[in-house]
Design a protein around this ligand. Structure first.
Ligand code: GAP
Length: 508
């Protein structure tokens, strides 16, 4: 399958995405979907270890939201309940939310290179003489520099005025030299592409009804807000959390799993009194930043980016993106999670379209009736997996594998590996016994075949924090070698003590 256009594979970065993609395939984290049929653009399959990693991130998010939600400003834990709504809902849901009719990206094609660009991602450099207007890709400084060098006729950036393509008159498109083109005037007019995946309900072709695969998990929460309120003991303020698949017919899926057509989200809608929304917006911004640090992202690689007023959608009273420095955005950042103060927009729209009252009668505020305001921390689960893998990927020429994945123990797919030094009879049964004991408490691997160096290399590449090796000394004095992934340091510990050792080492 052809790599998607403008992939990182074309760009030079400190860590090469090609190596990360290759490791993910080699070690069973992520495969191109339908691989043996040549692939399908924008879809990915998670292999044995990718699934474990994704589940670990999902479970940690669920714990941080639903099982042990954070302590609120009043010193008591906030209330959040979980939900698992259907992927296909009444199509009216998507009309009300604005996804059908509105959920689209304007795109332009280049007639010369056949490349497609999001119109709002193209920056146009307009010179003050008759040099062609240069189109370049937003947020890609390296590309801009290279482009200026090649076709900028010796001009520097200060010789140009910058505009977004969406602000350029269509009649001026003839003056523009598209990002990868040699001749000017090759960009088509912007076209709208609806991102909703259509499907049909009903087995017979004749009476099939058009429906949609959900474009976000959030709407399932809004339409169940009243059910949850009526059936559980939550009261304002409270949250509803959901994890699951979402589908978008992305025009230009790219950057490995970063922008896919099928992906997973972890979204929480926090309902509160309108007067309190700004306070909760700040609260969730700080909680969500902490979350990504706890799962192992380095603070230097995280950017909390508040949207400027002109970037906000009309109903939003504030949005902050949590961005991560992916190898393909480096030195810039790309979105990982969005936190939005959505006001009463969603519930009001569903109230109008469904004709169901969604107001809240607040006993704590003299029975005041209001449509709650919503703060929405909306994170990508699969995008989070990508950030964890990129963060963990560590080049180390001093070890046989040349690289290891530095996952935090909580995220690592396997917490430890048990390795009999040889396939000799007495090493293997002891290893098997230890494995059976440890697997009751931890996700562990028993790896018997190949020389020990190769097995350490495999565990390094899949990010296993500890290896325990059973050898002749184990049989004679009851000790094993404990090897730590990052330092490769080894020490002898008692076989009987392995579980306690591991428990102590990997506790959060
Ligand atoms: N309910 C709000 C919402 O869906 P969004 O910013 O469109 O907001 C939230 O999506 C998160 O979902 C993003 O920050 C990103 O992590 C993830 N996401 C969105 N589109 C994606 C795609 N095509 N592929 C992978 N992840 C995606």
């Amino acid at each position: 399958m052809q790599p998607a256009e403008n992939t990182p594979l074309e760009q030079e970065t400190t860590i090469d995405m090609k190596d990360i993609v290759a490791l993910c395939k080699r070690r069973g984290f992520i495969f191109q979907a339908s691989d043996i049929y040549g692939g399908i653009n924008g879809f990915w399959d998670y292999g044995p270890l990718g699934t474990e990693l994704k589940n670990n991130l999902r479970d940690y998010w669920w714990k941080s939201m639903v099982t042990t939600p954070p302590i609120g400003p009043d010193g008591t834990p906030v209330q959040i309940v979980g939900l698992d709504s259907a992927i296909i809902q009444n199509p009216e849901v998507w009309v009300a939310s604005g996804h059908v009719g509105g959920f689209s990206d304007p795109m332009v094609d280049c007639r010369e290179t056949k490349k497609r660009y999001r119109a709002d991602h193209l920056i146009i450099l307009i010179p003050n003489d008759d040099t062609p207007w240069l189109a370049t890709i937003e947020d890609d400084e390296n590309f801009l520099k290279a482009r200026l060098k090649k076709v900028g006729k010796g001009k520097s950036l200060s010789d140009f005025t910058q505009k977004n393509l969406t602000e350029v008159e269509l009649t001026d498109f003839d003056k523009i030299l598209a990002p990868h083109a040699k001749t000017k005037g090759t960009l088509t007019d912007p076209k709208e592409f609806n991102l909703m995946f259509e499907t049909g309900i009903g087995a017979s072709q004749d009476d099939k009804v058009t429906a949609y695969l959900r474009g976000e998990t959030a709407q399932g929460i809004f339409i169940n807000y009243k059910n949850v309120l009526d059936s559980s003991r939550v009261k304002m303020p409270f949250g509803i959390a959901q994890v699951g698949k979402a589908f978008r017919n992305e025009v230009n899926p790219r950057n490995f799993i970063f922008r896919s057509r099928e992906f997973e989200q972890m979204e929480m809608e926090w309902f509160c009194h309108p007067d309190d929304s700004q306070k909760w917006f700040e609260f969730w911004k700080s909680e969500r930043q902490k979350f990504w640090q706890q799962v192992g992202l380095n603070q230097d690689n995280i950017l909390m980016r508040d949207h400027d007023a002109d970037e906000l959608v009309f109903y939003s009273q504030g949005t902050c993106d949590i961005e991560y420095k992916y190898p393909f955005t480096d030195p810039d950042f790309g979105e990982l999670e969005g936190i939005a103060n959505r006001g009463d927009y969603d519930l009001t729209k569903h109230q109008e379209h469904s004709k169901t009252k969604l107001e809240y009668l607040d006993p704590e505020r003299n029975n005041e009736k209001y449509i709650p305001h919503v703060i929405e921390p909306a994170a990508g689960l699969t995008r989070g997996v990508l950030a964890l893998i990129c963060e963990a990927y560590t080049v180390d020429p001093n070890r046989p594998s040349g690289v290891y994945l530095n996952f935090t123990p909580a995220m690592a797919p396997k917490k430890a590996a048990i390795l009999p030094l040889t396939a000799k009879e007495d090493h293997v049964p002891t290893a098997q016994k230890l494995y059976l004991e440890l697997r009751e408490e931890f996700a562990v691997d028993l790896d018997i075949k190949q020389n020990i160096g190769k097995r350490y290399a495999r565990q390094d590449e899949i990010g296993t924090p500890y290896c325990f090796t059973i050898d002749n000394e184990t049989i004679s004095d009851g000790t094993v070698t404990a090897r730590e992934r990052n330092t490769m340091a080894q020490e002898r510990i008692a076989l009987d003590n392995v579980a306690a050792y591991l428990r102590d080492k990997i506790k959060p």
